[in-house]
Write a protein that binds this ligand. Structure first.
Ligand SMILES: Cc1cc2nc3c(=O)[nH]c(=O)nc-3n(C[C@H](O)[C@H](O)[C@H](O)COP(=O)(O)O)c2cc1C
Length: 363
């Protein structure tokens, strides 16, 4: 069994799988369920100085993800301060309190939530393209509290790396990347209407479809700043957490998978991460951090796909998908014509049996 504990901005989490701000942490009771489900720490739903009034309907499942037009918490800040945070604290897990949005709102909220918070997470989701309000919000939080302040970045708009650098320069102790992506549109062909109400039906994308974008953002940011990063976006299984840590994250957050599969998903992802670490000979989760941040070796890029006879059962998947007609199946074995093969690599990821490997060129 590997050591899953991680330290992020001086806070120790028993495992690196945390809920992200959203419905799975919508109140104190929900956060208790996340703790019971195996989360290594807690992040609370974003609150602001007044309760949100989102349009309805505001959440829809689509293939490979979810779209939503939820806003921040529909509970007033007073209820959080009087009841919800105290419940979450009873779990004994570190609690990161998510706040939004303007510098004035942060200045009002930060000192009030401080008695409950091991750290703050500032959402930048609705504060526009200009980095000025984000920087001012960080300064307001840092002036008000003595706990670490994380900044959560949205994937479009301001250029991510520049925003992360500006956040670090303003005193942020960590970056959370990424928030949901949008605006996007999902249409119900039966009703001929968008699934979501409000904003002309446009919403925000989350879940597995978001993971490649999240990985790109996390790795770009990890290469640019020294503060730790929490990776968010499409983490559903242990292997997603592995990738997120390798991209440079110190911990990960999960929202959509917890909505679809319930709060037990945190423990399941942690368990799968543990099994992967054991199988691959790693003693700790922390060792994975940044392993995929290096540049690609030239010999790897100059490599080619090679078929291993034993696992290949001639299923034809690679041959059907090869855009260059470079693969044929002969006697239940895939054969690659090196004259036709352009080394695009699709067959390597298409094979379900690991029978086609990308082999580096001789250095
Ligand atoms: C229904 C819903 C509500 C969300 N509410 C918040 C929120 O209040 N604050 C916030 O920072 N992010 C919010 N998010 C974004 C998530 O925290 C997360 O960044 C995003 O969904 C990507 O992670 P995932 O693919 O694991 O869902 C919400 C996401 C969803 C799907």
């Amino acid at each position: 069994m590997a050591d899953l504990s991680v330290e992020v901005a001086g806070i120790r989490f028993s495992n690196p799988i945390l809920p992200a701000a959203g419905p799975p942490v919508r109140d104190g009771r929900a956060m208790v369920r996340c703790a019971e489900g195996g989360a290594g720490g807690l992040v609370s739903k974003t609150i602001s100085t007044r309760a949100a009034e989102p349009p309805t309907p505001n959440i829809a499942e689509i293939p490979h993800g979810m779209v939503n037009t939820e806003l921040w918490s529909e509970l007033p800040p007073e209820q959080w301060l009087e009841h919800e945070y105290a419940l979450a604290r009873q779990t004994g897990l570190p609690l990161i309190v998510s706040l939004g949005y303007s510098p004035d709102e942060i200045a009002w909220l930060a000192p009030r939530v401080r008695p409950f918070a091991d750290a703050l997470e500032l959402s930048t989701h609705y504060i526009g393209e200009d980095a000025g309000p984000m920087v001012a919000a960080i300064r307001a939080a840092k002036a008000a509290v003595d706990v670490p302040v994380f900044v959560k970045l949205s994937p479009l708009g301001r250029e991510m790396v520049r925003a992360a650098e500006q956040a670090e320069a303003a005193g942020a102790d960590g970056i959370v990347a990424i928030n949901s992506f949008g605006p996007v549109l999902a249409i119900d062909p039966e009703t001929r209407l968008p699934y979501l109400g409000g904003s002309d039906g446009y919403g925000w994308l989350s879940g597995p479809a978001l993971k490649p974008l999240a990985l790109r953002c996390v790795r770009d940011i990890a290469r640019a700043v020294r503060v730790p990063i929490m990776g968010v976006g499409g983490v559903s299984h242990g292997i997603d957490a592995v990738e997120m840590l390798m991209a440079g994250a110190s911990a990960v957050q999960v929202c959509t998978a917890a909505m679809l599969r319930g709060p037990g998903v945190f423990g399941k992802i942690a368990h799968e991460l543990d099994a992967w670490l054991d199988e691959h000979g790693y003693a700790t989760a922390a060792e994975l951090r940044g392993l995929a941040m290096a540049d690609q070796p030239a010999a790897w890029s100059a490599g080619k796909p090679v078929v291993s006879e034993a696992p290949c059962n001639g299923c034809d998947l690679c041959a059907v998908s090869c855009p260059y007609e470079a693969i044929t199946v002969v006697d239940k074995l895939a054969v690659i014509d090196e004259q036709l093969c352009t080394r695009c690599g699709l067959c390597v990821t298409r094979c379900r049996r690991g029978a086609i490997e990308w082999v580096s060129a001789a250095p």
